[in-house]
Design a protein around this ligand. Structure first.
Ligand code: DGY
Length: 323
């Protein structure tokens, strides 16, 4: 009997052409709210589940008696209940690597948009505000030659640092678990404490996964260490920042501006952030280009097939599930 592969997300049907002979493929568009009974009925038949940035844990997978692997189409996996999956011996895979450059592009888009106040001045221009040359009230700040502090110099952090160093002549500071001598050599980057990075950087870019250790890494005390002219960029996870403390800091001029791709609660609907001119918000689009999402889907499918065919998937997150 063929195994069943459930693909939950906006994946091109052609992606599965090569595996339809060996697998029954069910494609589902996930509902915008919680995963519903249609999902639960489909996952009850599935041996492999491929899914985008949606939480799956006990509530969603209780009836998934045959499930061997969840292939997440994301690099971050904080939205999955890893302990639950491991206890059930369900493999979890992710898609690192293929989204590094695209996500770094977005970080730089946010750096430039906040520094040069692009959305704010776009709205002002469209509304007829431009009646004479702009004056200091609408000036932005420079990016080139400034100090870029990266918290979490992994592969995405390094791609951001390269743009800063070689594209904009920036000085690079980084903090994290350990120094990275090869990147220091390549980028002239300096490993410093989080506190020193916050004090010295003009742009602070967050690129850490969300874990118990990084939740609210940027809280009121951390924001108070930043320069009043500094800009915070968050492309990691909303939970890394204490959002009410950030809003207060932006309202009170503790920092200059923030560029945010991720939020405490997503999708972000009503928020005080929307009232602030010194914030640029985008809807979690770090990896959201067609090319990169195609590459992530391909990688997720490869991981899923490796798992179902009895090999260890390349991007296995919980090897304990095999124990
Ligand atoms: C990821 O892959 O974790 C990204 O945040 C999704 O865009």
């Amino acid at each position: 009997m063929k195994k069943t592969l459930l693909a939950c997300g906006p994946f091109a049907p052609a992606l599965f052409d090569g595996c339809r002979e060996r697998y029954d493929v069910i494609q589902l568009d996930p509902p915008s709210g919680p995963l519903d009974d249609t999902f639960k009925a489909a996952v009850a038949k599935a041996h492999g589940l491929m899914i985008g940035n949606r939480r799956v844990g006990a509530a969603e997978l209780e009836g998934a008696a045959h499930l061997q692997v969840v292939a997440s189409v994301s690099v971050g996996y904080d939205h999955h209940d890893l302990d639950y999956l491991t206890r059930r011996r369900i493999m979890l895979t992710n898609t690192p690597g293929v989204l590094n450059e695209t996500t770094a592009d977005l970080a730089f888009a946010l750096i430039l948009a906040t520094a040069r106040r692009i959305p704010e001045l776009d709205a002002w221009t469209r509304s007829g505000g431009w009646t004479e040359s702009v004056d200091g009230a609408r000036f932005g700040c420079d990016v080139h030659g400034k100090t870029l502090g990266i918290i979490g110099l992994g592969e995405i952090g390094a791609a951001i640092a390269r743009r800063g160093r070689f594209g904009f002549g920036m000085r690079i500071l980084y903090s994290g678990n350990r120094p990275k001598p090869a990147l220091e050599q390549e980028l002239g980057a300096r490993f410093v404490s989080k506190e020193a990075l916050l004090r010295e950087s003009d742009f602070v870019c967050l690129v850490v996964p969300l874990t118990a250790d990084t939740r609210h890494l940027i809280d009121r005390a951390a924001l108070a260490l930043m320069k009043p002219e500094a800009i915070l960029i968050n492309i990691s996870r909303g939970g890394v920042v204490d959002e009410p403390a950030l809003i207060e800091a932006l309202e009170n001029g503790v920092i200059r501006a923030a560029g945010l791709d991720v939020f405490a609660k997503e999708p972000l609907q009503a928020s005080r952030l929307f009232e602030l001119a010194n914030v640029v918000v985008v809807p979690h689009i770090g990896s959201a280009t067609q090319d990169t999402r195609n590459a992530m889907a391909r990688r997720a499918l490869d991981n899923l097939l490796e798992a179902l065919e009895g090999r260890t998937p390349m991007n296995l997150v919980n090897p304990q599930a095999l124990a």
